[in-house]
Design a protein around this ligand. Structure first.
Ligand code: MTE
Length: 331
């Protein structure tokens, strides 16, 4: 993510700069995509996970049933890349900072307040949330506005399960997500690069959509801290920054929330932020992306660029949510 104003930054600088700062990459391309996809889900899953299996991060296992019909068949991004090439500005602005500094975050005990326009607002301890609904593994494309992407086997359940539990009122039109505010644990919060705590939001129908995942794990284990432990959002048809990490508060509200990135650079980051190859409010193009982990060294700098798909390829499921809206205006 970038916070410079458009006039300050050359378009040629955008992706390569991050990639060069990404330092050394440890894993070469998985090289498993075509054959595995042809062989179907079971083979693909086994092949793609094999380099890191059975417990790639050595974290507690998080059993989940596989949700094949909502999962992509593309080759998984290696665990190493998913957990060392991160955006989590609470721990610094470079891609390696979260893996280096997020270890200090204490994720137990952890409480999430769900409040606002709800008949039964309440606090949930993380252990209660883990048991609230059956865990599912969903393999989603994960597209960052910086024009890189990954394929990640997330674990969680639909956010709708949690929202239904508090019974939203008729006035609940939007949902706001708020990350922990604690500069002692999150040294990046001493840097006013964003207004803290990190805030994101969804329209109510987006929040209730079955693809919208309240996420507790990846690759068969609980989330590593750098990926947003103990819980985060994943909304696969939107740019990655919509997926707030380490959430402590979920608010049902009547007015559209102002998100951290909208506040920082309103011209670049809209409320909707649906992946859209035809609209690039930033001064770099969203038409293509490079798949992290498939281009060898330097953060996948040499990965071939592939065309970005409208709604990140989830148009069949979500395009109807935006029927009649001018998506160049509501970016
Ligand atoms: N959540 C918080 N709290 N702080 C952040 O800086 N960065 C966002 C999003 N969620 C961010 C955040 C951005 S820009 C992206 S692309 C994704 O997290 C990255 O998720 P990943 O590191 O797991 O790939």
């Amino acid at each position: 993510m970038l916070i410079k104003k458009p006039r300050d930054i050359a378009s040629s600088e955008i992706t390569p700069r991050e990639a060069f700062r990404g330092r050394r990459r440890f894993l070469a391309a998985a090289g498993l995509g075509a054959a595995a996809a042809a062989a179907g889900i079971a083979t693909r899953r086994a092949a793609a996970i094999a380099p890191d299996a059975p417990h790639p991060g050595g974290l507690p296992a998080l059993p989940a049933r596989k949700k094949a019909e909502l999962s992509t068949l593309e080759a998984l991004t290696p665990y190493k890349d998913v957990t060392t090439y991160n955006n989590f500005y609470e721990f610094g602005t470079s891609k390696r900072d979260p893996a280096e500094y997020a270890g200090r975050l204490r994720t137990r005990p952890w409480t999430v307040v769900v409040e606002g326009e709800a008949l039964k607002p309440r606090s949930f301890g993380i252990e209660d949330l883990l048991k609230l609904a059956p865990m599912e593994e969903r393999i989603y494309r994960h597209r960052c506005v910086e024009a890189w992407s990954m394929v990640v086997p997330w674990i969680g359940y639909p956010l709708s399960s949690l929202l239904r539990a508090v019974q939203p009122t008729g006035k609940a039109k939007y949902v706001e997500f708020v990350t922990l505010l604690d500069p002692a644990q999150m040294p990046g919060q001493s840097n006013p690069v964003l207004q803290w705590p990190y805030r994101e939001g969804l329209r109510m129908d987006e929040a209730m959509h079955p693809l919208t995942l309240l996420t507790f794990g990846l690759y068969g284990e609980v989330l590593p801290n750098q990926d947003g432990a103990p819980l985060r959002m994943v909304i696969p048809w939107k740019y990655g920054f919509k997926g707030a990490k380490s959430i402590v508060r979920i608010r049902l509200v009547e007015q559209q929330p102002v998100t951290s990135w909208m506040r920082a650079v309103p011209d670049w980051y809209g409320f909707y932020s649906n992946v859209n190859p035809h609209v690039s409010p930033q001064n770099w193009s969203q038409a293509t992306e490079r798949r992290i982990g498939q281009g060898g060294a330097f953060g996948g700098l040499f990965a071939p660029r592939v065309p970005t798909q409208m709604f990140n390829g989830y148009g069949d499921q979500v395009a109807r949510l935006y029927a009649g809206m001018d998506l160049s205006k509501y970016f």
